[in-house]
Every structure is written in structure tokens, then in C-alpha cells.
Design a protein around this ligand. Structure first.
Ligand code: CAA
Length: 389
């Protein structure tokens, strides 16, 4: 039984981790470089991940999921991201930003219709909060939703929507009452094959290139009232609650990237020779490895701790905002620190596309940006601690 400090993995947790590791190393790792290069969406492997239950790990079986807990989700996502962070992004958005939000705030009909399809891997889900002029200041959005009888009419432009080019369903946040600012935002789940939904500019990205990201545009798009999540004006709190879950996913992703970069570095330091020694014998390299390992294990404890806090909250209803933000902040900065050091240890080879090390470095950067930048995580953590605003 594996234990990490105070965490002991149960046989079920070991099993899901091993299943994810085997699948990721056998099916994803060998194709990761090719999909990174072309920026193509990896439909075949994503479909297989759906069949294996990875697209709705925490979703109850009656809604198409695997019915496991948050730690199982984190362990599986970490392993997928160790092979390829792009696959991890698609998995994370499906699980935490789409299924989790709908399970928590959607009606029974919504759960049966939309969660089932996405959790069972038959469809891809997305989450759309950001706009060209509102990223960190999420409450400052301009997209509108105007009620007309039994429908709302949506207009506006959203940006940086992960999986938007391929998603069948999207959770979207629009202003119903701009005067009320954050309290005037409403959440909906929308279908992308209806008139008035337009896929906009695809983002050419530095990393996670095989995950598709684009703008979306609404032009008089009609969404039925039944597709609203919660009440009018609940949207901002729904967005933030869902992001608490999402941030645990990004922490797991960052942990997976850091582990991959670290393991490659240890191997290389044991093999490569310079000046008649293995380079791992030089303090310049060995101290780097020591710092990388220490950061990774600290990030792991914060991430698993956040997973347990989320699990507890299913019973107590307590928020786990602090745990999620600390895990995301530390793990993403660890991914950047470790992958940067890994490139340096590999030197010329680390800079070459012949090894995956430069991809780890490029993929790591997004974890400090999406689902709340490191600056936003520091703001959330310090506000929680001081109560000041
Ligand atoms: N859970 C529940 N409620 C929350 C909450 C949380 N985590 N955080 C805030 N709230 C509530 C507050 O209690 C407050 O409630 P009242 O109105 O009852 O007082 C309300 O929401 C407004 O909160 P704030 O006054 O704190 O709001 P703010 O405007 O100051 O913003 C913020 C706070 C933390 C900066 C927030 O705007 C934020 O997290 N910004 C970053 C947004 C972000 O992460 N964007 C990424 C989008 S997804 C993505 O990256 C793309 C993708 O496809 C993956």
C-alpha cells in the first residue's frame, strides 16, 4: 500500500491510479509529441478514456460516471498528465468544470441529459466564463442573456474556451442584470448545434496544443429556461464554486507535468557524463534534483489535501476554496520550476523536440494562468486569511 506522509492509498485508489498509468503510458505517451506538433484534437484516445470512465470519475454511475471519489479523480488525472497535459486538460474540464457544476446546480433533467452524455464519454463538455475584456475580473462580463417568455436570448463573445471547437455542450455565464454586477450573472447549459452559436477564432497556443481552445459567439441564441443552472443572478457564485473544483484538477495536472519532468531529469543525471563524472554527481545538478523532488512532494500533499477537503464538503457543504487555491498555486509554480530545471539539466537535449522535456516546460506555463492566475490565487488565499478586501 502506497503512503505519502499522512495519506495512505486504499486498494481502490491504487487500482485506478495503476489503470490510468497503464493506459496513459501505453496509449497516450507514444502519440503526445505528434499531437503537440499538429495541434489536432486526439479524438481516438479521448473516446477510449470515456469508455474507461475517466471523463466522469466522481459522477454517480446512474449519471454515466465511475462513481468514485475526488482522490481517485486526482490520481487518475495526475497519471494522464504525466503522459500528456493536453489529454489532461480535456479530462479536467469534462470532470470538474462541466459534470461537477451540473451535478451540483442542475435539475434532474439536466443531469440525465447532459451529465450522462459527457461522463460516459459520448460527448465533450466545456465551460465558458472568460471574455476578451474580462479574465481575472470575471464579474465584469458583457455578454447578455435577456428573458423572452420560456427562453433567454444570448448575445456576446466569450474567449479562451477549452474544448469549444469540439464540445457538444457548454456551461456559459451571461449577464441578465448588468446593474447588479456579479449578482446579475446567470448560468446556462447550452447545446452547440443550435442556431446562433458560432465557433470563433481558434487560439494558437504555446502549450497544451492538442487541446482545442477558441472563442465562441452568441447571436440571438435561444436557450430554454429549463437549461438555467440555479436562479437568475446565481451565476457568479456558481462559476466560483465550480472553479474551486476545477483548481484541484489543475493542481493535479501540474503535479503530473512536474513528475514527468523530474523523472526524466533523474534518469538523465544518472546516465550523462561530463568531465569524467555522471552529471548527477555535480552539486549544480544534484541540488537542483533535491529541490525539484521536495517541491513535488509538497505539491502532492497540498493537492491530495484539497481532494480530501472537497470529499468532506460533499457531506458538510463547507467550502474548500482555500485548500483548492493553495494547491493550484503551489503545484502550478512547482510545475514551472521543475520543468524549467529539467530543460537546464538536459541542456541542448532539453531544448530539442527530440525529447518531451521542452513540451513539459511549454505545457507547465498554462497551469499558472488558467482557472485563475497565480496572482488571483494569492488574492483568494490572502482574502480568506485576513478577511480584508
Ligand atoms: N465559492 C462560493 N462563492 C464565492 C466564491 C467561491 N469560491 N468566491 C467568491 N464567492 C462569492 C462571494 O462570497 C461574494 O458573495 P456575496 O455577493 O454574497 O457577497 C460573491 O461571490 C462575489 O465575490 P467577490 O466580491 O470576492 O468577487 P470579486 O469580483 O472580487 O472576484 C475573484 C473574486 C476571486 C477575483 C474572482 O473574480 C476570480 O476567481 N477571478 C478569476 C476567474 C478565473 O479563474 N477565470 C478562469 C476561467 S476558466 C478558464 O480558465 C478557461 C477554461 O476553459 C479552463
Amino acid at each position: 500500500m502506497t503512503s505519502y506522509g499522512m495519506f495512505q492509498l486504499s486498494p481502490e485508489h491504487e487500482m485506478i491510479r495503476q489503470a490510468a498509468r497503464d493506459f496513459a503510458q501505453k496509449e497516450i505517451a507514444p502519440i503526445a509529441a505528434q499531437f503537440d506538433e499538429t495541434g489536432e484534437f486526439p479524438y481516438t484516445t479521448i473516446k477510449k478514456m470515456g469508455e474507461m470512465g475517466f471523463m466522469g470519475i466522481e459522477v454517480p454511475e446512474e449519471y454515466g460516471g465511475a462513481g468514485m471519489d475526488t482522490l481517485a479523480y486526482v490520481l487518475a488525472l495526475e497519471e494522464i498528465c504525466k503522459a500528456d497535459a493536453s489529454h489532461g486538460t480535456i479530462m479536467s474540464v469534462n470532470n470538474s468544470l462541466f459534470c461537477h457544476g451540473l451535478l451540483k446546480f442542475g435539475s434532474e433533467e439536466i443531469k440525465k441529459k447532459y451529465v450522462y452524455a459527457v461522463a460516459s464519454g459520448q460527448a465533450i463538455g466545456a465551460y465558458s466564463l472568460t471574455e476578451p475584456m474580462s479574465g481575472s475580473d470575471a464579474g465584469n462580463m458583457r455578454s447578455r442573456a435577456v428573458r423572452q417568455g420560456d427562453h433567454y436570448v444570448l448575445n456576446g463573445r466569450k474567449s479562451w474556451v477549452t474544448s469549444a471547437p469540439v464540445a457538444e455542450y457548454i456551461v456559459v455565464f451571461n449577464m441578465t442584470d448588468p446593474e447588479k454586477k456579479q449578482r446579475g450573472i446567470t448560468a446556462f447549459v447550452i447545446e452547440t448545434d443550435k442556431p446562433g452559436f458560432i465557433r470563433g477564432k481558434k487560439e494558437p497556443k504555446l502549450g497544451i496544443r492538442a487541446s482545442a481552445t477558441s472563442e465562441i459567439v452568441f447571436e440571438d441564441y435561444r436557450v430554454p429556461v429549463e437549461n438555467r443552472l440555479g436562479e437568475e443572478g446565481d451565476g457568479f457564485k456558481i462559476a466560483m464554486t465550480v472553479l474551486d473544483a476545477g483548481r484541484i484538477g489543475i493542481a493535479s495536472q501540474a503535479l503530473g507535468i512536474a513528475e514527468a519532468a523530474y523523472e526524466a531529469s533523474v534518469e538523465y543525471a544518472k546516465e550523462r557524463e561530463a568531465f569524467g563524472h555522471k552529471i548527477g554527481e555535480f552539486q549544480g545538478i544534484s541540488f537542483k534534483l533535491a529541490d525539484m523532488k521536495t517541491h513535488i512532494e509538497a505539491a502532492r500533499l497540498l493537492t491530495y489535501n484539497a481532494a480530501l477537503a472537497k470529499e468532506r464538503s460533499k457531506k458538510t457543504g463547507e467550502r474548500y476554496t482555500l485548500e483548492a487555491s493553495m494547491a493550484k498555486l503551489f503545484a502550478s509554480e512547482t510545475a514551472m520550476f521543475v520543468s524549467h530545471a529539467a530543460v537546464q539539466i538536459h541542456a541542448g537535449l532539453g531544448y530539442s523536440k527530440e525529447l518531451p522535456v521542452e513540451r513539459y516546460f511549454r505545457d507547465a506555463k498554462i497551469t499558472e494562468i488558467y482557472e485563475g492566475t497565480s496572482e488571483i490565487q494569492r488574492m483568494v488565499i490572502s482574502r480568506m486569511e485576513t478577511g480584508l478586501r
